[in-house]
Design a protein around this ligand. Sequence first.
Ligand code: SF4
Length: 438
Amino acid sequence: MAKHKTPLLDQLESGPWPSFVSDIKQEADARAKNEKGLDYQIPVDCPEDLLGVLEMSYTDGETHWKHGGIVGVFGYGGGVIGRYCDQPQMFPGVAHFHTVRVAQPNGKWYNTELLRNLVKIWELRGSGLTNMHGATGDIVFLGTTTPQLEEIFWELTHDLEIDLGGSGSNLRTPATCLGMSRCEYACYDTQELCYNLTQEYQDELHRPAFPYKFKFKFDGCPNGCVAAIARSDLSFIGTWKDEIKIDQEAVAAYVGGEIAPNAGAHAGRDWGAFDIQKEVVDLCPSQCISYDGKLTIDNKECVRCMHCINTMPRALKVGDERGCSILCGAKAPILDGPQMGSLLVPFMEVNKEDDYQSIKDLIENIWDWWMEEGKNRERIGETMKRLGMSALIDAAGVPVDARQVQEPRHNPYIFWKAEDVEGGWDRDINDFRKRHQR
Ligand code: SF4
């Protein structure tokens, strides 16, 4: 097996961080020696040729991957991303180098047996190189050949009971935080909702029929461990309607230095005495906390940023009336710049089967509108921007609400219609004129 010279890639191993180049070299060496005695199902020099083609791309300043046609598994329209090398004679080990997207377990809960079994399939039938995890959350298997795809699909779905993830213009693999399985802040059961919607929308996940990709993500609280607000077309973010619960004795214990702030996350460094004014009161973005020996929160001004709760978790707890906010339209900067989600539904309860139905009704209204109005390769956030938030609100079938803004206290970009206002526009404009004597 020819070893490629890789002077440019070698430089990437010299920094202080772990290097993907070292990882590929490790796999190339292991295959060359075949220490495990495997009967590799794809060319044994695949990782070595990957290094070669990468080096050539760096030298030429252009990619040597090309689109070469659609590949996939029987019955699915997504889950495999076809990739071919444009120099197959020089690098036969990566002539085909398809990526397989594998749905991650809910909340990324693995046991070691599952991890071993995943790797076993991939060492035999793929390059042995993985990406744990891709941006959408999938387990990403990097590099295999067309004849191996059905074999991999069969073993994943039948032996491990794991499905392929989404790719192309379809619903992408939904992603959720750990939720109630570990976290006391979870305001709804993120894993249950994620599982339920994943099962419900199997067709949308595997058979691309949308204008472009569509992502759901589920955060149990505004700390946003899966960053739903920035990374999903429809974000479900846990929140509460009532008041933050305060334990004044525990507040006094933080102030007195008996309990370490930030759940002791700063242990090992001397941050000095805890200063509640500096570290909590002054940092509240709404300036709605005060402390004069007793902590008070003006809850109607609170924007649920979580800062005070994260700093004093034993003194402050999220409220009891819990549910989620639903935001629409976040995306990465593919065409029109990055965009955060805009608030569509300020609060919805999600702890009953009935509530799941209202979520599904909302999703399907939005999809119907987007599939009708969206241009090819237009994310829903772009359709929303092009046609206006009010068009999305109409299509979603949710009531107009002054909180449907892009960010708190800014951009109330709703155009109110006469029929939305009690008494109609005429009454309002007449009142306005009378008040201003016009
Ligand atoms: Fe202020 Fe944020 Fe605490 Fe609300 S959650 S009271 S906005 S610091």
